[in-house]
Design a protein around this ligand. Structure first.
Ligand code: MTE
Ligand code: MO
Length: 341
């Protein structure tokens, strides 16, 4: 039952994350509360980690059945076994690729995002099918009091203990309260200016020309602003988290020019969508789009400062996007152009 809960949470939060990153026309994602994406993605990764020991316990408890003979008894039996094969394969694939992604380790040639997303549907579908087929057994198991079996009880206890240890050991990557008790939490509190770096300027092959200008493009023309001109505009400060899809998140204090002010400055309508492009030439995260729900929010900043200092190059100097309730991948660094759509 807890494995089912973990998979359901993973599926729903994963779907949300996918929709936020690739929004279809009907989908809107609010900018408030500011930590919303941090929470949904934190749940995604924590539930995924909890599912690892739960899945192993589940497989252990049905292990003899996996090798029962005859292999096939009837057509429904064959279909059921096939669906369990798909279910176990998909579940393993999701948890393994998720764990590797959290470690930023990609020892394969496929594109993680597309594969993890597609197999997520396969896993969800086969879980649903499996639960439907086993509903009578599940109902009996949940309603009837089973006789006390010490071996079974201690097995369950050990399973839950292993799950709790896995969660507590890693949840500090995203839950501030657990930061000091999670020895395996990855990358929190490290990096320049007290914030982890996901991709360094060197890795992204970004160098910033001393003559850097921010380009703001509208239907009617292009406005270019130097760093001195940007720092001369009214500044706003907000405490907002970077919430990486890989499951780490950390809050920081950002100062910069609200994107809404820049839109107003160039005479474009408030709440316009804005396409953000980085100095980075190649890479999946060199551009992003700020929807109207975000450009309207006063805390959506073209940030120039982080935790009281000028942005470090690795955090996106001279300017980066930071907006409430937004996946880390969309918090574009080394901004070069804003295009009002
Ligand atoms: N141009 C650019 N911006 C980027 C990225 C990138 O690779 N290129 N990585 C993104 C990701 S995945 C995250 S989590 C955040 C991390 O910001 P930080 O490195 O300042 O912590 O930056 C985002 N902005
Ligand atoms: Mo990220």
């Amino acid at each position: 039952m807890w494995l089912g809960v973990a998979f359901l949470l993973c599926f729903l939060t994963g779907l949300l994350s996918h929709l936020v990153q690739h929004p279809p026309a009907w989908f809107g994602w609010p900018a408030r509360p500011a930590g919303l994406y941090q929470v949904t993605q934190g749940i995604h990764v924590i539930a995924g980690i909890a599912a690892v020991p739960l899945l192993l316990a589940k497989l252990w408890s049905v292990y003899p059945k996996l090798f029962s003979r005859p292999v096939v008894r009837s057509l429904p039996h064959a279909l059921e076994r096939l669906s369990i094969l798909v279910l176990s394969g998909a579940a393993f694939f999701e948890l393994a690729t998720g764990l590797f992604n959290v470690a930023q380790n990609y020892p394969w040639s496929f594109y993680f995002l597309a594969a993890h997303y597609a197999v997520g549907w396969v896993a969800a579908g086969s879980v649903l099918l499996h639960v439907a087929v086993k509903l009578p057994v599940i109902r009996r198991g949940l309603t009837r009091l089973t006789p006390v079996d010490t071996a079974r009880r201690s097995f369950l206890r050990t399973g839950y203990l292993a799950t709790a240890v896995a969660v507590v050991a890693t949840a500090g990557a995203t839950v501030p309260l657990l930061r000091n008790v999670s020895p395996l939490s990855w990358r929190s509190d490290r990096g320049p200016q007290g914030l982890p770096v996901n991709r360094t300027a060197a890795a992204a092959r970004v160098t910033v020309d001393p003559g850097w200008r921010l380009e703001i493009v509208t239907r009617t023309g292009v406005t270019r602003l130097s760093l001195a001109q940007l720092t001369g505009l009214p500044q706003r400060t907000a405490e907002l988290p970077i919430a990486c899809v890989e499951g780490w998140s950390q809050s920081a204090v950002w100062t910069g020019v609200p994107v809404a002010d820049l839109i107003e400055l160039v005479g474009a309508p408030g709440g316009s969508e804005v396409r953000v492009t980085s100095l980075e030439r190649r890479g999946a995260y060199r551009a992003s789009t700020l929807p109207g729900s975000h450009t309207r929010d006063p805390d959506t900043l073209l940030a120039l400062r982080l935790n009281g200092e000028v942005l470090a190059l690795d955090h996106g100097f001279p300017a980066r996007i930071i907006a409430p309730s937004r996946p880390g991948v969309l918090q574009t660094k080394w901004v070069h152009r804003l295009e009002v759509l």
